[in-house]
Design a protein around this ligand. Structure first.
Ligand SMILES: [Zn+2]
Length: 42
């Protein structure tokens, strides 16, 4: 399987805070990008 096809099958998520597109990764259950998550955790 081509790596590109693998990624194509992953639904692209957007950060619900800033709208940045995120590639869904392993154990990625957040709706915010790392940047917004770090702000939320204050
Ligand atoms: Zn964000």
């Amino acid at each position: 399987m081509m790596p590109l096809e693998f990624y194509r099958n992953i639904p692209q998520k957007e950060c619900c805070q800033c709208g940045v597109k995120m590639v869904e990764q392993h154990e990625s259950y957040h709706n915010e990008c790392e940047h917004c998550l770090s702000k939320v955790e204050e």
